[in-house]
Design a protein around this ligand. Structure first.
Ligand code: NAD
Ligand code: DAU
Length: 377
């Protein structure tokens, strides 16, 4: 039986990975370590932690004593590190928190793994490691900086982070590589493009646009809306991580992306038209609209159109374009993105229409204060 430590497993991508593990493997134990920050929500994994193969521990990845206790108690085979402060806009407001969680937290986990996984020394003085263990770091394409109109990020593209968030993720990546070089620690890293799908916190572009449409609010587009992101359905990302944890070569980095580049304005327009289409096809979905205009006895959706778009001040240091070349993971491990955007966006929007209670729960309290401050500028 393999035991996984999944940090950040109550967040958007970590939770999807926990669900994938429990679905895919029977002989498995999954320990979720999550601090339940504003971005973590137990509601996201409530059915998973009821499963006897899964345990939840509320705690901070920076906590040395806790990490030590968990390694002693569970004797992990794999650590998959999702836990992070993940929102670029928040990193502009409070860079130090990103440094603490993303860099120091990762280094603390690396040290705990080193303490418990090293079995001795080889003839050159390097540590020897328990059979089959691995530390997997979940990283981002943002470590490569920003592209112009042409080209793709490959694994050999120089690191060039530009926001406090990406600087912290890059630094964490370098620590992971450093533990591999210096201590021969068995590590792998994936660098993925923008994910979308169910349980995505509504501070990020796609869920924020969906939420605002349903509430009849304006749709804030930064700058001129021409920035490009490469969107990948979250379950496809998790399948890639699973493949790399199991079969990725030790010490290697794998880029993961959907070959699905879109300008932000296109994403917003597509979200508007998909919501309208779904509400036309299934009028019952109109019940979730907070703005209910009744025309001819029917809840109107005429007002859901591009007039809701508002161009707002640009993000400071806004990266222009991200685009991943996933050739390495395709050739070495056979991974390809399975979910076309046209299908993924419908699945995502349907999920939000059918899970408004989740949105209301995560968006209450602190998030509302953040939203009011962020978008009042
Ligand atoms: P998220 O913000 O939805 O979730 C992060 C989770 O980490 C939350 O559950 C939060 O409670 C937890 N967490 C935060 N600080 C913690 C701490 N100190 N100790 C323990 N838990 C803590 O983020 P996400 O979008 O799911 O991203 C997960 C990982 O994937 C991150 O490392 C992120 O950098 C990376 N990534 C994200 C994307 C994307 O598009 N969302 C793309 C590429 C890579
Ligand atoms: O590329 C991978 C990264 O993708 C991950 O490492 C990050 O954790 C994840 O948050 C995401 O970063 P982005 O900054 O690209 O995602 P976000 O959803 O915040 O923004 C996507 C684009 O939309 C970006 O160009 C900014 C723009 N945007 C965003 C928001 C929230 C808007 O125009 N309006 C908005 O209100």
């Amino acid at each position: 039986m393999k035991t996984y430590l999944v940090t950040g497993g109550a967040g958007f991508i970590g939770a999807s990975f926990v669900k994938l593990l429990l679905k895919q493997y029977t002989d498995i134990r999954v320990v979720v370590l999550d601090a339940l920050t504003y971005a973590g929500n137990l509601g996201t994994i409530v059915s998973d932690i009821e499963d006897p193969r899964c345990e939840f521990v509320k705690g901070d990845i920076c906590d040395k004593v806790l990490a030590d206790e968990l390694f002693v108690k569970y004797n992990f085979n794999y650590v998959v590190n999702f836990a992070a402060e993940s929102h670029v806009d928040r990193s502009i407001e409070n860079p130090q928190l990103f440094l603490i969680t993303n860099i120091l937290g990762t280094q603390n986990l690396l040290d705990a793994a080193r303490k418990h996984w090293v079995t001795g020394k080889d003839e050159n003085g390097y540590p020897t490691w328990k059979e089959g263990v691995k530390f997997h770091q979940v990283s981002t394409d943002e470590v490569y900086g920003s592209l112009g109109a042409e080209g793709y990020f490959t694994e050999t593209t120089p690191l060039d982070p530009r926001s406090p968030y990406s600087a912290s993720k890059t630094s964490a990546d370098l620590f992971v590589q450093a533990y591999n070089e210096t201590f021969k620690m068995p590590v792998t890293t994936t660098r993925c493009s923008n994910n979308y799908g169910p349980y995505h916190f509504p501070e990020k572009l796609i869920p924020l646009i969906i939420k605002n449409i349903l509430e009849g609010k304006s749709l804030p587009v930064y700058g001129d809306g021409t920035n490009v992101r490469d969107w990948l359905y979250v379950e496809d990302h998790c399948k890639a991580i699973d493949m790399v944890v199991n079969n990725g070569r030790v010490g290697q980095v794998y880029n993961v992306g959907g070959h699905n580049e879109k300008q932000n304005i296109e994403i917003v327009m597509l979200t508007i038209s998909t919501i309208r289409d779904l509400m036309t096809e299934t009028p019952a979905y109109r019940e979730v609209l907070k703005k209910k205009e009744i025309i001819n006895g029917e809840i109107s959706i005429e007002w859901i159109n591009e007039n809701l778009i508002t161009y707002v001040a640009d993000r400071l240091g806004h990266d222009q374009r991200y685009a991943i070349d996933p050739t390495k993971i395709k050739n070495e491990l056979g991974w390809v993105p399975e979910t076309m955007f046209a299908e993924g966006i419908v699945k995502t929007i349907r999920w939000y229409l059918e899970n408004q209670a989740w949105v209301e729960e995560v968006a209450s309290g602190d998030y509302q204060k953040y939203y009011d401050k962020m978008y009042s500028k």
